[in-house]
Unconditional design. Structure first.
Length: 83
C-alpha cells in the first residue's frame, strides 16, 4: 500500500485514484496517522459483499396479508390532574 499525506492526496487526487486502480489500496495520512484508504470500485464491491439496496430490502420483506390485524388496546387514556 502506498501512503499519501492529506495535502498531497488533495493536490494529486487523480494520481491517487489511478494508483488505487493500478497498484491497489492507497493510504491517506494526517499528521502521521492513517485516516483513510482509497480503493478501486471492484475491490469496494467485493469487500461490501452482496448487500441489497434499501428498495430491494423493502421488497424482500414478508408478504403481509391484508386481513392481518395487529392487536391494539381499546382502553381510554388515564385521567391526568394538571393542578
Amino acid at each position: 500500500m502506498s501512503g499519501w499525506q492529506v495535502q498531497e492526496a488533495k493536490q494529486r487526487f487523480s494520481e491517487v485514484v489511478r494508483r488505487a486502480i493500478d497498484e491497489g489500496p492507497q493510504v491517506v495520512t494526517r499528521h502521521g496517522e492513517e485516516v483513510a484508504v482509497v480503493i478501486d470500485i471492484a475491490e469496494y464491491r467485493r469487500l461490501r459483499g452482496d448487500l441489497p439496496d434499501f428498495k430491494e430490502f423493502l421488497l424482500a420483506s414478508p408478504d403481509w396479508d391484508d386481513d392481518i390485524e395487529f392487536p391494539r388496546s381499546r382502553d381510554l387514556p388515564r385521567e391526568i390532574d394538571f393542578d
